[in-house]
Design a binder for this molecule. Structure first.
Ligand code: ADP
Ligand code: 5GP
Length: 179
């Protein structure tokens, strides 16, 4: 499981790990937030409506779910169960609330927290990505400090300064945990 404040580089690093470790199945989350330019339904997220999401809460179809930055995000319980039953390994990109729930349900899960070197760099990256409105940037920066407070709960913490160094550090962790 990988968590990070928005803009730290989690998506970038998860993509690199999925290329390097083809044995990993990526758990494509469901979300009620609108797709960003270039995001593909079924690959980046399953984009669903609020009612459909809430119906799945009532029917206990989530391995975990949370409200993050004012939208719902959730992990499919069926996908997690089926992958694990078939002996597969999973990569989850979820927030700190979700990571807590998964750790409780699956105590053998390994957790990694990714940080930017400082809040200024985090904001620069978030702005540089060019995907968020000013309001969303403010909200994500406000949440970042609370998320970073939770980093002590994680098995590994990586400061993503130089991307190539982070890629190597995370590869080493994945190699150790997967093989
Ligand atoms: P997250 O998924 O954590 O929100 P992204 O992976 O989308 O973050 O990265 C946010 C932005 O920062 C992207 O534009 C990405 O290209 C850039 N980025 C990621 N890692 C680094 C790094 N080590 N140095 C500089 N820019 C980075
Ligand atoms: P974004 O909108 O930038 O793609 O993601 C926002 C936050 O939601 C990130 O912290 C990301 O890890 C988290 N997230 C993505 N999918 C899930 C999920 O299925 N469950 C939970 N709890 N958080 C998720």
């Amino acid at each position: 499981m990988v968590s990070a404040p928005s803009g730290a580089g989690k998506t970038t690093l998860c993509r690199l790990m999925l290329e390097k470790f083809p044995e990993l199945s990526y758990s494509v989350s469901h979300t009620t937030r609108p797709p960003r330019n270039g995001e593909v339904h079924g690959k980046d997220y399953f984009f669903i409506g609020k009612e459909a999401f809430e119906e799945r809460i009532e029917n206990n179809l989530w391995a975990e779910w949370a409200r993050v930055h004012d939208n719902y995000y959730g992990t499919s319980l069926t996908f997690i169960r089926e992958t694990l039953e078939n002996g597969g390994s999973l990569l989850l990109d979820i927030d700190v609330q979700g990571a807590k729930q998964i750790t409780k349900a699956f105590p053998s899960a390994v957790t990694l927290f990714i940080m930017a070197p400082d809040l200024g760099t985090l904001e620069q990256r978030l702005r540089g990505r060019g995907t968020e409105s000013e309001e969303t940037i403010q909200q994500r920066m406000k949440n970042a400090e609370k998320e970073i407070e939770q980093k002590g709960r994680y098995h590994y913490v990586i400061e993503n300064d130089d991307l190539e160094i982070s890629r190597k550090e995370i590869s080493t962790i994945f190699e150790k945990e997967l093989r």
